[in-house]
Design a protein around this ligand. Structure first.
Ligand SMILES: [Zn+2]
Length: 239
């Protein structure tokens, strides 16, 4: 789980030289998110997808794009495309936002007490799970409300990663300055349920799509969701 949690993000694109950063210290191994205890009343289990076309079933109302669940491994865009890329749906990464930069100062620190944050980053970076692009605030709040309605408080929304300056994403790219992921702009977020229950993630992803995220990917051990918004680096450059 630890490596897969950090694996989301696309490789291949190169950040502008203006945003090349210093080499950061080697981080400690990321703790593994283990499934939590079974709730006293877990409700109706959501079976894994057995058909390529999700269909409405008891326990889940169809939402955006008529999706009840986003099956394991699937991604979907706000235009209801199952093939559209994240870059097309949410826009390309423009920069890696550096800590203590102009763009960094524009990130929102979402301290919603009803959202859990994993906060496994080392000292100096453990505020990053709640730092995000301001445009993420509304869909994330709607998703938190949807999770509460869906599972009646038995499962809560947990954020395991949002903004990242440490290089937790695009793990196959060893050079930090060449890493590519919208997490580096605070425009992607990694979501799980608490207690951890991967069988809920297809439904969680569908709720994220309905909540207003522009591209949602069920990465099986978490739900990755991204927003289309103007890069904060561009905002700072006055573009
Ligand atoms: Zn992600």
């Amino acid at each position: 789980m630890a490596s897969a949690l950090a694996a989301c993000g696309q490789g291949g694109a190169q950040a502008p030289d203006a945003y090349a950063i210093v080499i950061l210290p080697t981080r400690t191994p990321r703790p593994v998110l283990l499934p939590g205890p079974t709730p006293v009343n877990p409700g109706t289990p959501i079976p894994p997808p057995t058909s390529p076309t999700p269909t409405p079933r008891p326990g889940g109302q169809p939402g955006r794009c008529n999706m009840v669940e986003i099956p394991d491994g699937w991604h979907i865009s706000a235009s209801c495309s199952l093939t559209e890329s994240e870059t097309s749906a949410a826009g390309p990464m423009v920069c890696q936002i550096q800590r203590n930069s102009c763009a960094f100062s524009l990130l929102i620190d979402n301290r919603d007490p009803t959202i859990r944050y994993f906060r496994e980053e080392p000292p100096g970076f453990n505020d990053e799970d709640s730092l995000m692009h301001p445009a993420m605030l509304s869909p994330l709040t709607r998703l938190r409300e949807a999770v509460a309605r869906e599972w009646g408080g038995q499962y809560e929304l947990m954020v395991t990663d949002t903004y990242d300056s440490f290089g937790d994403h695009d793990v196959n790219q060893p050079t930090m300055a060449k890493k590519y992921a919208l997490h580096f702009e605070g425009r992607s977020i990694d979501l799980v349920t608490w207690p951890v229950e991967p069988a809920r993630y297809p439904r969680l992803c569908a709720l994220a799509l309905t909540a207003g995220f522009d591209w949602v990917h069920n990465e099986t051990d978490h739900c990755h969701a991204s927003i289309r918004a103007k890069s904060l680096c561009e905002v700072c450059l006055g573009r």
